[in-house]
Design a binder for this molecule. Sequence first.
Ligand SMILES: NC(=O)c1ccc[n+]([C@@H]2O[C@H](COP(=O)([O-])OP(=O)(O)OC[C@H]3O[C@@H](n4cnc5c(N)ncnc54)[C@H](OP(=O)(O)O)[C@@H]3O)[C@@H](O)[C@H]2O)c1
Length: 371
Amino acid sequence: MTATLATPLFEAESYPRLSVIVAGTGNVGIEFLRLFRRQQQRLAGQLDLQLAGVFNSRKALLNSSLDSDTCPNVLAQSPEYELAELITYLQQLPAPKVLVDITPSQEFARLYPVFVAAGCHLISANKQGVTLPVSEYQAIQTALQQRDLHWYSNTTCGAGIPVQRVLQELRESGDQIRRVSGVFSGTLSWLLCRYDGSKPFSEFVLDAKALGYTEPDPRDDLSGKDVQRKLLVLARELQLPLELADIALTPLLPAGLEQGEWSEFWQHRVQLDQSMDAYFQAAQSANKVLRYAASLTLKEGTVIAEVKLVAVLPQDPLAALAPCENMFVIESDWYKDSPLVLKGPGAGREVTAGGLHADLAVLAKAIMAAF
Ligand SMILES: NC(=O)c1ccc[n+]([C@@H]2O[C@H](COP(=O)([O-])OP(=O)(O)OC[C@H]3O[C@@H](n4cnc5c(N)ncnc54)[C@H](OP(=O)(O)O)[C@@H]3O)[C@@H](O)[C@H]2O)c1
């Protein structure tokens, strides 16, 4: 037997480096950065995870090895940046690299083709990218495929609940999805779980606003538009070429009340209260409860997508929802008699940042496997 020089199990070059660039330093972005070091430590010895950029709408820190703990403070002291500067930086950064979009901006999402051309994988919490018009969405997907890049967007619907991943796994395993339905708005879930007819509905809206559960103008929640966009996210996951306008939307808010100032709406709130009272009384007399539900039904080559108020019986999965929770009910060839149900908090910075790290972990695994 001849002696050989011992070689270390892992040499510095024996595992890949992944550069992460974070767009958005608001509620979720800051939490994502707070969790970053733990992810770095978890992957140490298998993948060199580096924070290589952090920026918001005004300021940017562009450096291939940033400290995630201190960068929010350093960013605050940094100068303003130009978009061209960011793009040149991304182009020059060695691959593999991933851009994590934690902004709410459609304008920013429209830059995805530029980021993909610069060689970036994408992770989005921002719904705007995955719900762009079909032609733009498909162009991004094609560009990603041509460059062998990935796009994860699990947090765009249901925050940390891995609904897109479950749908993807079922489809890739040969199952046929027949229907996806559920409650996708934590605010409307809270309102309809709490509303018991003891006082006007608008007073529950005020309670939700005071608890910080609503958008600054709660009519944005009551419009149902956010739920409509989330249903489109799931339609895209199922590779259905739907547009937002293909999803029938019945808002909770009676027509006309969405216009004007909040104070104007408040004067006319009795219209909302009366319509909700009528729905509530009808549901109660049928031993049902109200939920604001989204559904996507696939039947014999047709797709019916709708978002509306429904009344459900106590044995319906949607009846068993706690205030603020989201629920996804998946019916398929395999889950025919009893649907597959996913339930949990559908918003919140911890679960959303955690969900983004789950997407990052999936990407890291793919990069390690390909190395
Ligand atoms: N909060 C949740 O529970 C939750 C759940 C699921 C998904 N999401 C999604 O996560 C995203 C972030 O939510 P958030 O609550 O963290 O929002 P937020 O607190 O309002 O923060 C948004 C951040 O995005 C930055 N930004 C806006 N436009 C930009 C642009 N064009 N370029 C670069 N940066 C830009 C803002 O910059 P400035 O600081 O300069 O204004 C800010 O730092 C949203 O898309 C939201 O829908 C949130």
